[in-house]
Design a protein around this ligand. Sequence first.
Ligand code: ATR
Length: 276
Amino acid sequence: MEKIDQYAVFGNPVKHSKSPQIHAAFAAQSGQQLHYRAHKVELGRFADAAGQFFHNDGKGLNITVPFKLDAYEFADELSGRARRAGAVNTLAKGEDDRIYGDNTDGVGMVRDIHDNLGWEISGRRVLILGAGGAVRGILGPLLKQRPEHIVIANRTVAKAEKLAEIFNELGDVRGTCYEALDGGQYDLIINGTSASMSGDLPPLPSQILSSEGCAYDMMYGAEPTPFMRWAAAETAWAVSDGLGMLVEQAAESFCIWRGIRPDTKPVIEAIRQSLA
Ligand code: ATR
């Protein structure tokens, strides 16, 4: 009997992951035979679980919180963007049985912002809120779009300054704290903090919004996030959550594994409906 190729997302927690639904839709769309499941890995057991998965003929893994650094260490080879992100969200077994690590989060976000939403990044003044792992993952692909500059604001300013130092060879990146934002104006603001999850919002002065611009939250849910509500209330800005990024990063992983680029639009719509 012909074996069906096995894929999975490893995380903890992982029960609410949309990845199985997304990859099943991509497979159906392109007539591919594959299995994709969500697997909860115990903390400290990532290398064992991933080793076993690939030993048992697994073809590819997505990695979510809190294992992206473990996956980075597990990979035999890393893409340039994974190395710069310091994290891996996609593992693929090569023909030579080596495990290749990549990071598709940043390119997924750029595709959503630029291709799906039609928002310009090139030449724009970009403000990023937060300086954790999620933000580190997106900085390289964002800088490739040649924004005028990127300011990273974070509660713990040293983390923002550190990221600016890592990435400033790719463009003009500065790190600061929220309180120091008063003077500047921005065309695109991206919320990469986990504050939305607790219903919080970093303290943001309303003058930072230019007369027209865009606000993107990397989080998503059935309702607009507090950050989206703040931006929409202050101005007539275009706002979006990060659901499109979720689907686009998955599409890039699918492309790495299967060599086929899925049509993401109907999948974004289907996942949006399933949230309602
Ligand atoms: P992730 O992998 O999701 O980026 P993380 O590395 O823990 O998670 O980073 C979380 C980010 O959200 C950080 O920038 C954090 O700010 P600090 O570095 O100062 O901790 C930010 N964050 C979390 N809760 C916040 C809140 N209530 N207000 C402002 N920033 C918050």
